[in-house]
Design a protein around this ligand. Sequence first.
Ligand SMILES: C[S@@+](CC[C@H](N)C(=O)[O-])C[C@H]1O[C@@H](n2cnc3c(N)ncnc32)[C@H](O)[C@@H]1O
Length: 319
Amino acid sequence: MLPSDRLSVFEWRRLVEKLDRAVAEAARLYFQRLTSRHIRIDPNRWSDELDELRLQREPDYDKPGLPLVYALKYMPRRVISTLGSLLLVLGDRHPASVLDIGSGTGSTALALDLLNSPRHISLLGIEPSREMIAFAESSRYRARVSARYEEGSVSDGTLRGLTLETFDLLVFSASFPYRFDEWAPLLDALGGYEDNIDKMILVVEPEAKVGILDSFARRLRARGWPTERLCCHDLPELIKRDDIPLKNTQEVWKRIGSPGFTPPRTWWNPPDDRFLIANPNPSWPSLGESRMTRAGRPQSPVMARSGASSIQCRVGDGS
Ligand SMILES: C[S@@+](CC[C@H](N)C(=O)[O-])C[C@H]1O[C@@H](n2cnc3c(N)ncnc32)[C@H](O)[C@@H]1O
């Protein structure tokens, strides 16, 4: 497992190289599949559609080809943001099963893989866009995570159809659409804290969607969930550097005509991501312990976060 507060420059470089190869390989495979489906290759049109995000509107993620430009432009950043927050909050805890809601092109699976956890992780991604799933399934570069993806969304009752008790960690990484206001199906599926002491929820959203994070936090707390907030400045310093070029990813980006003009990068300023962690001290089994044997084990009293002393901007819960 990567150390959260002592990540060396060497480890960081190795991690960025792995991220670069993973995104580039998935992009190449997805591109080949587009070609064999006789999809017209039009990266600039996909990039224009993706620009809707900058206008705080939702692009059509189901446009064949759009996930390619999404992945080249945003995936490295999303992976680093999720990885950084997990490094801070996990400490020496290791989730075994993860539900990734709004899984998109598979950033969470890749972040978990880069975490290099001693416990193998199985991940289920729930995603409304088949095209985003097609990209996520093009990713074969995973040693520590087995991922599968299903069509569904937070609004259509998909979560109710799942057995949420089997998941240690629920991740929402930039998943909420702008102006999201369909809380009932999500909160009904999640339930109250007393039924979920063995479940952590991590929500990552850019600053522009902080209102959604505030609403979610308030609603979770009303159901008894303890919550914690972080912002991008709390993440380990090293991972906020973007001085290691993503050679492989940039090569794919150039080959398809450099859509959007900005080359793929791991970080950007200001990324201004905000994080909500519900139940930061879940009663997960320790290594060597099974879900059955952990029942009755007391919860750890404090958040076992080795980087806690460096927290700079733990923000209020917006209530
Ligand atoms: C900005 S992308 C983020 C993708 C991925 N989680 C990441 O970190 O790169 C937003 C994703 O959320 C999905 N999405 C949109 N509305 C959703 C909903 N109501 N429930 C679940 N996912 C949704 C979109 O299809 C898209 O793949």
